[in-house]
Every structure is written in C-alpha cells, then in structure tokens.
Design a protein around this ligand. Sequence first.
Ligand code: GLN
Length: 381
Amino acid sequence: MIPIVSKLPQVGTTIFTVMSALANELGAVNLSQGFPDYETSPELIELVNQAMKNGYNQYAPMAGVMSLREEISKKTEKLYGAYYNPDTEITITAGGTQAIYTAITTVIHPNDEVIIFEPAFDCYAPAIKIAGGIVKSLELEPPDYKINWEMVKRLINNRTRMIILNSPHNPTATILQQQDIEELSAIVKNQDILILSDEVYEHLVYDGQSHLSMARYPELRQRSFIVASFGKPFHATGWKVGYCMAPAHLMNEFRKVHQFLVFCVNAPMQVGIAEYLKNEQTYLGLKSFFQQKRDYFRDALKNSRFELLPCSGSYFQSVRYGRISDEKDAELAIRLTKEIGVASIPVSAFYNMGTDHHVLRFCFAKRQETLDKAVDRLIKV
Ligand code: GLN
C-alpha cells in the first residue's frame, strides 16, 4: 500500500449516513438524517420533465441557468429588500454543502482562523481544515444555545478571516435575533472579517418570527457569502441544487473555484425550479406546512419523558433525555433505533470535541403516518 497522509485523520463517515444506514438495516422509523419522506410536488417534477423533453440536457452555464438566477434575485429582493445581480452575484451550486465548501476554499488560506458555533453542521470544520485554516469554535449550550458575543470578541485577532453563521440553525432549531445582528455588526465593523451564512432553512421560521438574512443588512451583506438550497424547501434533497449569493468581487473569486470543483450543476433541475419559483406560494406556504408538523410533533411528545428544547426554525426538534437515561447520546441514539425502532441524531456529533449535553435531534419533515408511528414509540420510552 502506498502511504498517504490523511488531510482529515479524525473524520469518519458522517453521522447522517451512519444513522440512516442503521435505520434502514433495522427497519426503524428514520427521524435522523434531515430529509422528507413525502413526495416532491408533481408540478415541479413535471416542470423538470418538460425541461428534459425541451432539450436542456447538456451543460448548464457555469454560474447556473440565467432564468433561475433571475428568480432567486427577485425572491431575495422581495423577501429581504436586497438586490443581487444575477449576472455577477449569484451562482447555482450542487446543494448547500458544495456552496459552503467552495466559499471556504475560495477565501481561506493556511493559518487563517474561522470562527464557528458548535453544535455546528458537520461540513464546516473539515472544509476549513482542508483549506489549511484553523477552526476556532465557540460551544453553545442547551436549552437556548445563545451566542455569547463577548466570547466571540475574545476569539477575534488579526488572523480571523471568517465567521460562519447558520440561521435557522441545524441542529438546535434556534434563529438569530435582532440583538445578535446588532452585536455581530458591531464586532465586524471596520474589520476584514468575512461571513459565511448558511441559510438553507430560510423559509422554515415559526410563530410569526422573521428570518434575519445577512442580505437585509448592508454592513453584513457586503462581507457575506449567503448559502441557500432548494432541497429543503422543495422536498427534493436528492436533486442537490442550491446557490450562493455574494457581492461581485467575492462571487468572482468563488466562481474560479466553483468551475473546477463541479463546473456546473444539472441543467433540467435548474430550468424546472426557475419556472416553479415564479409562484411565490411555493416557498411562502412552507412556514405553515412545517409549523403544523412541528406543533403536532411537539404536542405529542409532551406526553413523553423527553424534555423538548425550543424550536423556532428548521425542521428539527431537539430533546434532552436526562429523565430517561444518563448514557451517552450516541449510545442512546443507537439503542433507541434498535430497541424501539426510532432513529435520531446524537447532537454530540456536531461538536468537534464530542461534547455531550445528552441531547437528541429528531427530524419532523415526515408524513403524518411516520410521525404517528415515531411518537407512539417515543412516548413509551
Ligand atoms: N442536512 C441534513 C441533516 O442535517 C442532512 C445532511 C447530510 O446528510 N449531509 O440531517
């Protein structure tokens, strides 16, 4: 065997793949990996079919199909009052993860420091490390997982290049509040710090609250790569279509990397999604669709011994299980999959050091029957 030096020696297979595989193997209800188990809209499928039949089967433009970039620009302006030029400031990516990897690769040089908040979605730290960057993580704690901005200030020095934000947050289901925006703005003002804002759950915000996109604030917008996805809102995680928005000088560099990573994203999906986006109900209706699922799942679990943590956004519900067990979250997640047939994600997997607050994450983007089955089993634990 020819020896190689691993760039990610500590990394194994992602927890999403591990838990989904275990759930499939055991026939458990899979509330682990975040994806819907109901069908994508037939209308959207028809639009993609039409695009294939109309001959959109060759390479898309490197930056993405123009009609899709135009629809994204219109949507962003309508929702957040910010204009992004479809020609120079929006690029279609193969899902949110590729956009995140590309943005990090584009701007992070060896020894640049990047601040992340843990629990953090699992692709941030590896992408930083592959670029030679240094991960500076700030651990957040249940039940509120609030960012302590004083602590953030202390992490900043002249090597700090980027802060990665994620709102609505996976896995904790928190959302940034106005106060966070003010603190963040004050911290980055007059500093050469970029922001990578993972907003893939932008439309999934509950209880009449608003999504505070970085696009809304000129001070933040001018330094931000905003990442979003169509997999989550349009129940099509398997299509792997997302996008990134950034000011032209950042996007210009982003595209230099993007073109050699994937060159372009599948064409017919982009054409179909562009048509579908023309009807704003396709995304505005998501709040009530998912809030109903969230409310149902939370109400049902009130009769269980799990302690529900707040859920303001995303399609995840986290719970503490101190009243049930003191075993490690990863052990409990596996045991519940085996013994009661419900798979979840142990939240320690989102901490670099494996910090275990005894919290499990459930995905409620599931059919009513699936949620019923899961709840029936969970309330017996
Ligand atoms: N975003 C989804 C989750 O958090 C799945 C991501 C993945 O499987 N890579 O479960």
